[in-house]
Write a protein that binds this ligand. Structure first.
Ligand SMILES: Nc1ncnc2c1ncn2[C@@H]1O[C@H](COP(=O)(O)OP(=O)(O)OP(=O)(O)O)[C@@H](O)[C@H]1O
Length: 270
């Protein structure tokens, strides 16, 4: 978490509220503040069922805050968040039913260091379901296979895993309850380009085979190119642009031009 960029960003009409029939996540007029500082300021965003949405913006703009507000870890000042058509302020039972249908990969993987891989993957299952130890083990092995890891990894501790393996285990844990939505917070950060590319491909494959909707906070231009169907850009507490990679590349918005055509971008886009 760092301070916001000095680059001025202005709101565009693409940030305006609109309803989309196939929205699986719908955020309206969302304001989130820490003390007197508004990080999100009347933000509107829809995520369509089955898409991979890449969520970008300057460092400290509030990308993680939006993700954490949707999943209920950060309180909002005002606004509504609907997931699967359910208002998340509706009630504890409704909220829990929705939570059961999403999986989360936190920044840096965030595995429980005192639990081994098996226990990490089983954690959300134990929290939400009553299932036998045998079924828990079957789920663990199935999820490890799904993310391309061998069964023997199950008995290792996070400290015994590479960065790429940690991300894969974290993804396996996010998939443990067969979610319909997966939230990924900078899933490729800290991975080398090959590891990051493999991870993007894995996410893409899982999204296609499992029909997942993916909300991905990322700084990784390669991920935006190869994995994402659509991109939403956060600036000054609002969505300042959203569309395909082609839309982003065609935009004349100064921040988007710098981000998608700057020196680092040229190395990716060519
Ligand atoms: N719990 C908190 N208490 C106070 N301020 C917070 C809290 N969480 C986030 N912030 C502030 O909100 C702003 C947005 O943080 P956030 O982590 O969402 O940024 P980000 O866009 O994800 O940045 P990065 O790309 O660097 O991870 C930052 O200024 C951060 O310091």
């Amino acid at each position: 978490m760092t301070s916001t960029t000095a680059t001025p960003i202005t709101e565009t009409p693409t940030g305006a509220a609109s309803t989309s029939a196939d929205a699986i996540i719908s955020v309206r007029d969302l304001t989130v503040a820490f003390g007197s500082r508004r990080v999100l300021d009347g933000l509107n965003l829809d995520v369509a069922r089955g898409e991979i949405l890449g969520f970008v913006g300057a460092s400290g703009a509030g990308k993680s805050v939006l993700m954490r507000t949707i999943i209920g870890l950060v309180p909002k000042v005002s606004g509504t968040i609907e997931v699967f058509g359910t208002d998340l302020d509706g009630g504890d039972k409704e909220r829990r039913d929705v939570e059961r249908r999403w999986g989360i990969l936190f920044q840096h993987g965030a595995l429980f260091s005192s639990l081994n891989v098996r226990q990490n993957i089983q954690f959300p299952v134990r929290e939400y379901l009553k299932v036998s130890e045998r079924l828990l083990d079957e789920i663990t092995m199935a999820k490890l296979t799904m993310v391309g890891l061998k069964p023997e990894v199950a008995d290792r501790y996070p400290s015994e895993l590479s960065g790429g393996m940690i991300k894969r285990v974290a993804l396996a844990r996010a998939l443990a309850l067969d979610p319909e939505i997966v939230f990924l917070d900078e899933p490729t950060s800290g991975l080398d380009p090959i590891g990051a590319g493999d991870f993007d491909e894995l996410v893409r494959t899982l999204q296609r085979t499992l029909g997942l909707t993916v909300f991905m906070v990322t700084h990784d231009l390669d991920s935006l190119h190869t994995a994402c169907d659509r991109i939403a850009v956060l600036g000054n507490g609002k969505i300042i642009a959203q569309g395909t990679m082609a839309d982003m590349l065609a935009s004349q918005h100064p921040w988007l031009r710098e981000y998608f055509h700057g020196k680092r971008a040229r190395a990716v886009i060519g």
